[in-house]
Design a protein. Sequence first.
Length: 120
Amino acid sequence: MEIGSLGAVLNFVSNLSLDEIAEKLSTALNIRFRDDIDGKYEEYPAALAQAAGLSFALLGAPSPEYDIREDKSADFQLVVSSELDGLNYSLPKADLSSYFAKLIESRTGLSCEPSDGRAA
């Protein structure tokens, strides 16, 4: 079976800051997050990383004036996508959300769960 792309979307509920969660994820996944200085996620505070053909975006809650979400919360979201996303939409996408959730929980103790698939 040919796969078009890989991805994951995880939700975190934590009292930690975005920087603290990014540090824990950096250690657990052996990657280095950096601040989103280019503004890719404009309204969301974000930390970004890339490794092994995957892009990682850790998103915090937006400022109240930019928060257009129906379900407002202070939760965090990790979005993982392959660098091949969008090249061939006719091929199925492999959802790695459960894999990353178990890996992150076992290595960090952070509580996370696969999202319903909608990135923030």
